[in-house]
Design a protein around this ligand. Structure first.
Ligand code: NAD
Length: 502
């Protein structure tokens, strides 16, 4: 297929088919899932085929058939395909961005940012194709060479959420392919158009048939069929803790490799000596950018009581000034929540916070818009206690909790007192506190005087505690999940010797 217009969003007649063994095919059921625009829920963008476990079986078979030949290609040749995908993506940034905004809801500028980040990830991963892949290690024995090599795992399953429908698949697929694996990709049901465009771009870049396969359908059917199939050697998953932990247990029963990136409850610590304007600006960006639907979104401000009032007074005018609306017609507005289910879940979290006694100081209600979209006003609760649900549970929407504390020690304690550990930030000019924070905070990503959000392609990304299991994504560590490291010992003594036996 060479016509990109057939893969760009074309309105309600667009269909999203499985891509198996190099063919775009309908799943085995006659059923379809509608793809709706969350800013205008009456607008149907298209429909994705609903697959069965048998369709997943065909995708795994195609992947297994293609994998060995793909792995035999030089690493640099595999990297060249990633480079080509990056070039093609760069030539259609606005098509990707528009597709993301239409089906996920983040505004056009944010969707462009996601596309640019995906290009960075592809380019960085391609550059890893020219870097060393192992170590030469000194031996205790004479005339002995020890070194390491990498081998692919085989067929890998990739299961992704809707909130970064392009970037998360890219940061899993690219290192998976670089290491010589073949992939079965299950995209989120809410964002099928971006997945189609991405897979089409790999096809256009010349990836051999069967090396990347896409299967649409529900998590319960398609996701479980991937997780339970012994031919799938590893699963890289990003999504909720509820699904991820269940998936982990299922995969463990058959000994599959598993990588999980899950929820967050990311704090910004505001110390009494902080530059409050800077802290406020970063908090607004972190809490309400992408409608709070980022895994690294700021959801708690842990503020020293002596500056709480001043912080809130500076914060509220900026929050009230946020424009809410359709991210296509207003490319910098805060977009809708992704669907009706998530919308109800965010509104329920707001009601729970009120009944727990948190003080609502801004927003807290649905927001009416011309298209009837799933909009929620940017919401701030003050005087939240660390024990309240709003301080502990992930909301995944535009809702911020302000938690006052009596000093740095309590700030660290409160920040760590949740099950999650993805990202955090501290605002202070005290270098001792910065170093203490770095030692003691239980998050995989740390920021000093910068927002909790984001992550660069060349740096490891992931969380501690209940957020992340199975190693960091992106950066040079990203590809490590997708290979076996093998250790070689070569004895080149010319005379017989006694081998070291311990
Ligand atoms: P989700 O867990 O509902 O779904 C994630 C994916 O899993 C989807 O493709 C879904 O279809 C699939 N799935 C559902 N049931 C399954 C099953 N039984 N077996 C296998 N797969 C199944 O998550 P979501 O609502 O799409 O995404 C939001 C969540 O993702 C939030 O909790 C957010 O924090 C998290 N997230 C984390 C990161 C991170 O890097 N830590 C990044 C983005 C999103």
């Amino acid at each position: 297929m060479t016509d990109t217009t057939s893969h760009a969003s074309r309105g309600r007649d667009e269909v999203y088919l499985n891509f198996i063994g190099g063919q775009w095919r309908q799943g085995s059921t006659p059923d379809w899932d509608e793809n709706r625009n969350p800013a205008r829920p009456n607008d149907v963008l298209g429909k994705s085929t609903r697959s069965t476990a048998a369709d997943v079986g065909k995708a795994i078979e195609a992947a297994a058939a293609a994998q060995k030949e793909w792995a035999r290609k030089p690493r640099t040749a595999r990297a060249a395909v990633l480079e080509k995908v990056a070039q093609l993506m760069r030539s259609r940034i606005d098509t990707f961005a528009k597709t993301i905004t239409l089906e996920e809801g983040k505004n056009f500028n944010e969707a462009r940012g996601e596309t640019l980040k995906s290009i960075n990830v592809l380019e960085f991963t391609a550059s890893e194709g020219r870097r060393p892949t192992g170590e030469v290690i000194p031996s205790d024995m004479p005339n002995t060479l020890i070194y390491t090599t990498r081998s692919p795992l085989g067929v890998v399953g990739i299961i992704t959420p809707w909130n970064f429908p392009l970037c998360i698949p890219v940061w899993k697929i690219a290192p998976g392919l670089l290491e010589g694996n073949a992939i079965v990709f299950k995209a989120a049901t809410l964002t099928p158009a971006t997945a189609k465009l991405l897979v089409f771009t790999f096809e256009e870049a010349g990836l051999p048939a069967g090396v990347l396969n896409l299967v649409y359908g529900s998590g319960a059917v398609v996701g479980n069929a991937i997780v339970d199939d012994p031919r799938v050697k590893a699963i890289s998953f990003t999504g909720s803790n509820e699904v991820g932990t269940e998936l982990y247990a299922r995969a463990a029963r058959r000994g599959a490799h598993v990588q999980l990136e899950m929820g967050g409850k990311n704090p910004v610590i505001v110390c009494a000596d902080a530059d409050l304007d800077q802290a406020v600006e970063a908090t607004v960006m972190g809490a309400f950018g992408s409608t709070g639907q980022r895994c690294t979104a700021t959801s708690r401000v842990v503020v020293e009581r002596s500056v709480q009032k001043a912080f809130v007074e500076k914060l509220l005018p900026l929050v009230r000034a946020i424009k809410v609306g359709d991210g296509i017609t207003n490319p910098s507005a805060m977009g809708p929540v992704v669907d009706i289910k998530q919308y109800k879940s965010v509104l329920k979290a707001i009601e729970d916070a009120k009944s727990d006694g948190a003080k609502l100081v801004c927003g807290g209600e649905p927001c009416t818009a011309p298209g009837g979209g799933h909009f929620v006003t940017p919401t701030v609760f003050d005087d939240v206690k660390p024990s309240m649900r709003l301080a502990r549970e992930e909301v995944f929407g535009p809702v911020l909790a302000i938690i006052p504390v009596d000093g740095f020690e309590e700030a660290i304690e409160v920040s760590n007192n949740v099950e999650y550990g993805l990202s955090s930030s501290i605002y202070t000019n005290d270098v001792k506190r910065v170093m203490q924070y770095a030692d003691r905070i239980e998050t995989g990503m740390m920021h000093v005087n910068s927002p909790t959000v984001g992550g660069e392609a060349q740096a490891p990304f992931g969380g501690c505690k209940a957020t992340g299991i199975g190693g960091r994504e992106m950066g040079s560590t990203g590809p490590q999940f997708f290979c076996e490291i093998k250790t070689m010992y070569i004895d080149y003594n010319t005379t017989v010797r006694k081998t070291n036996t311990y």
